[in-house]
Design a protein around this ligand. Sequence first.
Ligand SMILES: [Zn+2]
Ligand SMILES: [Zn+2]
Length: 345
Amino acid sequence: MKALVYHGPGIKSLDERPMPKLLSATDAIVKVTRTTICGTDLHILKGDVPTCEPGRILGHEGVGVIEAVGAAVSTFKPGDHVLISCITSCGKCDYCRRGMYSHCTTGGWILGNKIDGTQAEYVRIPHAETSLYPIPAGADEDALVMLSDILPTGFECGVLNGKVQPGSTVAIVGSGPIGLAALLTAQFYAPAQIIMIDRDANRLEVARAFGATACVNNASGDPVPEIMKLTGGIGVDCAIEAVGVPASFELCELIIAPGGTIANVGVHGVKVDLHMECLWDRNITITTRLVDTVSTPMLLKTVGSGRLEAGKLITHHFALNDVLKAYETFSQAADTHALKVIIEA
Ligand SMILES: [Zn+2]
Ligand SMILES: [Zn+2]
């Protein structure tokens, strides 16, 4: 089968690889029909993710059709359409029993990281019963790819951890796919203001169309005075960090109102300064989280009913044969205006 393989920092290729096999009774083999590229895949290619070793098939998002199941899998059968979660969970370990699937002792984020991933014709899914979700007949399967990772990530790590409430003021630093996913799902709670901050005018335009009440471009200067002006000099109740660099986290520290919550979503590769000299008396909370995907069943319903228009995040389509072009398009988003690219296998 064809697969996109990571060969070490900066090196990837579309290779011919053997078909995956069932290794455990709880596994399923899924024929991948649609997958996508995540910002995290670009982090891996930069060499930021040491757990991902050369030779690994990348990808942790997608939908597909069950090809084969192990003897212990009873809830899925060949031919079933399934959503693949970026998080693998056994459902039985201490973390899983607490709903913290991201830290499952035999799962977590392993797909396209510690085991071969979804940017291939077929993928092996461990703990299939608790790591796959059935897709209702007639669903828009392109849109459902947004549920593998970015929508639960934006919602759980950003909106839920950030305690977005009716009438609250929210700032989202970073208007890429994850920031936009947080923007879409924050609106479940009807906050009074959602301010998007990014350096890319096109992405801010998209954010405005997706429901942002204000957009601040920080390419040419300090965005703090503008955000303070928008919030009556108080700052925001919730600051969601959706970039993963020190400057964007420190911006959240500068704009958080007393009693507010900074919810980190970004993947950080280097240390960030915590300005306790400004924050010690401000009653704030800082949260971090790897997505647990506990909200996936709820999000499936909101996408299925049309309440959450996940398909809006898709800008490009490619065949698996053109996956290298898909990477080029996704990684040059400033020029290509790419948000999420769908790769059809
Ligand atoms: Zn991802
Ligand atoms: Zn577990």
